[in-house]
Design a binder for this molecule. Structure first.
Ligand code: ATP
Ligand code: MG
Length: 874
């Protein structure tokens, strides 16, 4: 059975059992501070499990894109080394929200695996939770009895909390689970040793394929378990492992899911998969990682310097590095695999097909830049090797290796490999110490602790009224404390709120909660899954009271100007640049708007002017906002509404329109009622923000007016400085021309002077012992002329050894140059000499053995430099 068929069979099986098929949620998680990437099928249903939200369908089946490279579930180091852990994988799941429980889950799983997919019953083992004293839980008798009715008892394994109690993170919904394992060894091997003994033992051929989780508890932050309001089923089956089992392969990579990728890589590298362990690992790493990278980029996460973006960058670099070291790829190659991603996964995950070109471009740029880094790192290592040799040492220090890693992104294992190749060793312990120290530093900077919700009033759901009102009467439903280094802050959930929670790029509202007796400032509002969370510095003394919630209107209005302007900008960009413009990120606050979009070249001044003109014309047209709420998503798409990749849209969406022929977007943000409120729009910068992505920053209203006024004042001031010339432009051009002429004249004078100096110096060489030595103090006008002078002296005198102590613009500098021959024959090293002499001017420097320079702080020390050099070398 082909992989595609295996996937659709799963969905159809559960559809026949009244399950509703839902598409995968994005692999990149937004609005959840505890998670960067989807790591299990259940993530998108977390709110339903916690009871924050009522599930739309009691039974659901899906295939979820998962990524396990950070946090509680991190398989990265295994990937490629073994044959059954991936970074990105599909998790097939069936779900019951307060509907069926263990019986159906267990029976259907068995039916599907053995009767539909025809897996050999003799190869399957199941596990049951044995209980845990610490959590005060007994064994899962119910699951045991259900399994006993299906499989012989000796195929049931009792499992500990580690293996048979599923938890998403430190807190959240959890419960006992039953896993299904398969033994894929040969019959001969199976006859020798029972598969049962190999279950949960990291054996490559005896692996877990399906986990049936029975959600019964919520783990709260003090570590204790609270029963959930209803019980649920959450199952997860690794699709790639299932395909391997159904296709009788001994590795996930031997299935038709990976075969085309391996073949492409073999062709490109000229190497064969399956011949050598380290090349095989490289093959597997690359064909695995390209999936993770492509899917996350498609869902809107670009490689970057921090957080989720940095995780993606590291995965990409891991792939490039394996390709570089083991497959001989010294030019970008990963991006060439993206057409295969589109061809193989475009049916079920259309986003990778729709964005194929963009994904390829982003990957190419990242690869190219990392390969440059690798090259630079290699050069740095050459220097490090030379320095070690000069001091007769052979250990690269942990600090040096860490600097290479931290500053240049140069991976430790590569440093270590190169060290070994050069007969050097590496202080790996020292590296680990540096790494730990950095982790501690960043942990200390970010550590915060979140307490459990404290209920205040009965939870009857949360109503957002902020599209229509800036004030509302409300009650606090629940609150919790968040503590970090700076102290305690509180988060509140209200039953009714006009506060807009940060999302879609628009910042959260600020304002006040006012009761009869107190006034509490709301400093921010954020979403957490479907909750609207208000951040306050102090908890109201009487949380049960009735409050008036009041949004800071001035800030909200300024923000709305910028949000609506962002919509107009996007529509204008499409008109001017073309339909390929896709939003890649945005920020909207009271001061400015920032809009990132896919486009491959810099905007010309002309294009920017056109875009500004369109937006300002639309502002003057005074178009009224049309905001349709609760539009079925299909209908919204039919209206041509612009949607974002990687955004999780519900079945009903809000459509924001300013002129139905101009700007129609799916958007949850707040907007001006009429465009004329924006007043004025001005782009203040346009630049590249990532590969294939441009960033525009713009301002509106008062800020734009201020901008033009400042420009006007600036021109006036310049006019005054230039004594109010008739033609300002001509006057500046004249000044510049005059300056250029003067500069040329001055250079000529310097040159004349320098050649006079050189003639003088050539006379001062002292001959002896096969060396012509010159030690002199000079005065020059820049560092370049010092280097030039040193080279000329060396070229014009045989066997030259020159030490120049120079005063350059009141700063001391030293240059040392040595004829190549002398380096060996006389054991002279310019780098070492310059470092020694630099002590006299309180400075430092370095270079190569034949030429080195140093700068310093103490000008008066120059005389000592000359004196010491004479003492040492004359
Ligand atoms: P393992 O012990 O093999 O790492 P797990 O206990 O981490 O598995 P679960 O968290 O229960 O797995 O996830 C459910 C299913 O997802 C597993 O039964 C397995 O089939 C699949 N799975 C888990 N991690 C990976 C991975 N890194 N790559 C591919 N499939 C995976
Ligand atoms: Mg695991």
């Amino acid at each position: 059975m082909e992989a595609k068929k295996i996937r659709s069979t799963f969905i159809e099986f559960f559809q026949s059992k009244q399950h509703h098929y839902v598409p995968s949620s994005p692999i990149v998680v937004k609005n959840d501070p505890t998670l960067m990437f989807t790591n299990a099928g259940m993530n998108q249903f977390k709110d339903a499990f916690l009871g924050n939200e009522i599930a739309k369908y009691p039974r659901v089946a899906n295939s979820q894109k998962c990524l396990r490279v950070s946090g509680k579930h991190n398989d990265l180091e295994e990937v490629g080394v073994d044959t059954y852990h991936h970074t990105m994988f599909e998790m097939l799941g069936n779900w019951s929200f307060g509907d069926y429980f263990k019986k159906e889950a267990i029976e259907w799983a068995w039916e599907l695996l053995t009767e539909v997919y025809g897996l050999d019953k003799d190869r399957l083992y199941v596990s049951v939770f044995q209980g845990d004293a610490g959590d005060n839980l007994g064994m899962d008798q119910e699951a045991y009895d259900l399994w006993k009715a299906i499989v012989p008892e000796d195929r049931i394994i009792m499992g500990s909390k580690k293996d048979n109690f599923w938890e998403m993170g430190d807190v959240g919904p959890c419960g006992p689970c039953s896993e299904i394992h398969i033994d894929l060894r040969s019959d001969a091997e199976r006859a020798q040793l029972a598969g049962k003994d190999l279950v949960n033992n990291d054996h490559e051929q005896v692996i877990e394929i399906w986990n049936l989780v029975f959600m019964q508890f919520n783990r709260v932050s003090d570590g204790s378990l609270k029963p959930l309001p209803a019980t649920h089923v959450d199952t997860g089956m690794g699709f790639e492992r299932l395909v391997r089992a159904v296709q009788h392969k001994s590795s996930n990579y031997d299935t038709d899911l990976f075969a085309p990728f391996l073949a492409a890589l073999a062709k490109k590298s000229g190497k064969v998969y399956g011949e050598d362990l380290s090349t095989d690992i490289a093959f597997r790493v690359i064909v695995d990682h390209i999936r993770a990278i492509s899917f996350t980029i498609a869902d809107g996460q670009l490689p970057s310097n921090n957080k989720a973006g940095y995780v993606i960058r590291r995965i990409l670099r891991r792939a490039v590095r394996y390709g570089y070291t083991f497959l001989g790829f010294h030019e970008p190659f990963l991006h060439e695999l993206t057409p295969l991603i589109a061809a193989n996964f475009g049916d079920i995950f259309p986003e990778v097909r729709q964005q194929q070109e963009f994904i390829a471009k982003v990957i190419f740029e990242e690869e190219a830049s990392f390969l440059r880094t690798l090259d630079n790192g290699l050069k740095m290592l050459d220097q490090i090797k030379a320095d070690l040799k000069a001091t007769n040492e052979n250990v690269i220090s942990g600090k040096t290796a860490f600097d290479l890693y931290d500053t240049f992104g140069f991976p430790l294992d590569l440093t270590s490999l190169i060290a070994r190749e050069n007969g050097l060793s590496l202080d790996e312990k020292g590296f680990a110490v540096e790494m730990e120290a950095q982790k501690t530093r960043s942990r200390a900077a970010s550590e915060s602790e979140t307490g459990d919700w404290v209920m205040v009033n009965e939870d009857q759901g949360v109503e957002f009224v902020g599209y229509d009102y800036l004030k509302a009467h409300c009650q606090i439903i629940k609150y919790r404390v968040v503590s970090d280094k700076k102290g305690d802050k509180y988060q509140l959930v209200l039953d009714k709120t006009p506060f807009y929670a940060e999302s879609g790029g628009q910042v959260g509202d600020t304002g006040w909660l006012i009761s009869e007796t107190e006034k509490v400032k709301v400093i921010d509002t954020k979403r957490e899954n479907d909750l609207i969370v208000h951040f306050v510095e102090n908890l109201p003394k009487n949380p049960e009271a009735q409050f008036g919630a009041e949004v800071d209107a001035a800030k909200r209005f300024a923000t709305e100007n910028n949000h609506t302007a962002t919509h107009l900008l996007q529509a204008a960009l499409k008109e001017v640049l073309g339909d390929h413009i896709q939003q890649r990120g945005s920020l909207v606050n009271q001061n400015l708007l920032r809009f990132d979009f896919s486009h491959f070249s810099k905007l010309s001044d002309d294009e920017i002017t056109k875009v500004e003109a369109i937006v300002n014309a639309k502002i003057r047209e005074n178009i009224a906002l049309s905001d349709q709420r609760n539009v079925p998503i299909e209908e919204a798409r039919a209206q041509g509404a612009t949607a974002l990749f990687g955004e999780k849209y519900g079945d009903f969406v809000r459509v924001v329109t300013f002129d139905k022929d101009f700007s129609v977007e799916l958007c949850g943000g707040t907007h001006v009622p009429q465009t004329s409120k924006i007043g004025l729009f001005k782009i203040i910068s346009e630049a590249s923000s990532a590969s294939g992505v441009r960033r525009i920053e713009a301002i509106t209203a008062q800020a734009a007016e201020n901008y033009y006024r400042e420009q006007e004042v600036l021109v006036k001031e310049i006019q005054e400085i230039l004594k109010n010339p008739k033609d300002l432009k001509k006057s500046i051009e004249g000044l510049l021309q005059e300056r250029n002429e003067l500069k040329k004249e001055l250079e000529a004078v310097h040159l004349e002077k320098a050649s006079g100096v050189k003639v003088e110096l050539l006379k001062q060489f002292v001959a002896g012992d096969g060396i012509n030595t010159l030690i002199a103090q000079v005065e020059l006008h820049n560092a370049d002329s010092l280097k030039k002078l040193a080279y000329e002296l060396k070229n014009e005198k045989e066997n030259a050894f020159v030490i120049l102590a120079a005063k350059i613009e009141d700063k001391p500098q030293i240059a040392v140059i040595i004829e190549d021959e002398l380096i060996k024959s006389k054991n002279l090293n310019a780098g070492q000499i310059v470092r020694e002499l630099a002590k006299e001017i309180q400075g430092g420097g370095g270079g190569q053995p034949f030429f080195a320079t140093a700068g310093g702080k103490n000008l008066a020390g120059l005389e000592n430099v000359v004196a010491r050099a004479r003492e040492m070398y004359l």
